[in-house]
Design a binder for this molecule. Structure first.
Ligand SMILES: Cc1cc2nc3c(=O)[nH]c(=O)nc-3n(C[C@H](O)[C@H](O)[C@H](O)COP(=O)(O)OP(=O)(O)OC[C@H]3O[C@@H](n4cnc5c(N)ncnc54)[C@H](O)[C@@H]3O)c2cc1C
Length: 357
């Protein structure tokens, strides 16, 4: 290894960018490689903006609350809380507007909200029961005061610019990515360039399993699609909720950003039509005042079977993973980047998100 380690990060989404940020802060020379034409054009492009440690529990309707699942939720809540603090300070650095703390989750009844309050408290999530005309459209809900929100795409683009100014090299539109073991390290080729590095981090979201397979490493991830629709906000619209509202039934959220309203999420949905229908039912008066969507989007979230991300070394020396964040990648990006940078550059031992492949 040279005095200043050269680290390649594959993936310029929220996870890869935050990892590059933390590595650079610790003195590494970093190259970020992505197949797309710029930062945050994958799953990080149009998410719901919720910074929600409260949602660390698996969203998979097939997964029961076993001890292993609750353990995964507890460690993910803890990482989410650290990540939120770090992410908030990064957002401030980029002059992003402060938003009211908290996210709301709609439940079918007040009894269901009280039951959720108990289960959330058991995994370390502060929870209030709420029913408010504006903040929960008059429906029973839980309020998670330790959650937060922000525009993930704006943040990712600001961070990529900042990293570029701090000397990080970005290779966009990389084609024909190939990885080879080379002596003690891993060599990376694209159709145009060849790189040697001391460490290679795969933070390529849904593309991670195929990349790792080139080195014989099998990463078990399911790809669960979600969708989004953006609407223009009429200027005179009053009484908009100030915090993102999540609907338990459709696993989707309604978020008011500075310039738009977004309906997004869903579990295995490939277009937002059903989500929009559901939100029209929840908030008919609001949807009477806004027109059709100005854009729609769909993407896949990579999700590990245990419901916790992989932030870890692998069986190949110098090869690391930071992926599998599922519906939590915006929440966990800063903390995941910090944790992996500490493991690689400062020898931190942490098995909470270990990967056995
Ligand atoms: C509808 C929806 C709503 C969501 N809402 C929230 C939310 O409110 N809060 C929250 O915390 N999370 C949310 N998420 C999850 C969050 O957006 C993701 O977990 C996060 O964006 C994942 O970031 P990433 O960097 O791992 O992946 P990505 O953003 O997909 O980045 C991976 C990058 O790797 C690149 N790549 C892949 N394969 C290759 C290859 N072979 N060669 C070169 N480059 C490659 C891709 O081009 C991409 O840029 C939501 C997700 C969806 C789909």
């Amino acid at each position: 290894m040279t005095d200043v380690p050269h680290i390649i990060v594959i993936g310029a989404g929220l996870i890869g960018l935050c990892t590059a940020d933390e590595l650079t802060q610790r003195g590494a020379k970093v190259t970020v490689i992505d197949g797309r034409a710029g930062p945050c054009k994958g799953t990080s492009f149009s998410n719901s903006g919720m910074i929600h440690p409260s949602q660390a529990r698996s969203w998979d309707p097939e997964v029961d609350d076993t001890d292993a699942v609750l353990d995964a939720a507890r460690v993910t809540v803890a990482l989410g809380q650290c990540s939120k603090t770090l992410l908030t300070s990064k957002m401030k650095r980029f002059g992003m507007p402060e938003r009211p703390d908290g996210c709301i989750q709609l439940l079918p009844s007040l009894d269901a909200a009280r039951a959720m309050q108990l289960t959330q408290n058991a995994i370390g999530v502060r929870t209030d029961v709420l029913m408010d005309e504006v903040e929960s459209f008059g429906r029973p809900a839980c309020h998670f005061p330790d959650d937060s929100s922000g525009n993930a795409h704006l943040f990712g683009c600001a961070l990529a610019d900042d990293l570029g100014a701090r000397g990080v090299t970005f290779i966009y539109e990389a084609r024909g990515l190939d990885l080879r073991r080379s002596d003690e390290t891993v060599a990376v080729r694209t159709s145009e360039q060849h790189f040697q590095c001391d460490h290679l981090i795969v933070a390529a979201g849904a593309g991670s399993p195929d990349i790792l397979a080139k080195l014989g490493v099998r990463l078990n991830l399911s790809l669960i699609s979600g969708a989004a629709a953006d609407f223009t906000l009429p200027r005179d619209l009053r009484g908009l909720p100030s915090r993102p509202i999540m609907d338990s039934e459709s696993r989707s959220a309604l978020t008011v950003f500075a310039d738009r309203l977004r309906v997004s999420g869903g579990w295995n949905v490939t277009d937002p039509t059903a989500l929009i229908t559901r939100w029209r039912e929840i908030a008919p008066q609001l949807f009477e005042q806004i027109g059709p969507p100005i854009s729609t989007w769909t993407s896949k979230r990579p999700i590990s079977p245990a419901g916790r991300p992989y932030i870890s070394a692998t069986s190949v020396p110098g090869l690391w993973v930071n992926t599998g964040h599922g519906h939590m990648g915006w929440t966990l990006c800063a903390g995941s980047g910090e944790l992996l940078a500490e493991m690689i550059l400062n020898g931190r031992q942490d098995n909470r998100f270990a990967f056995a492949g």
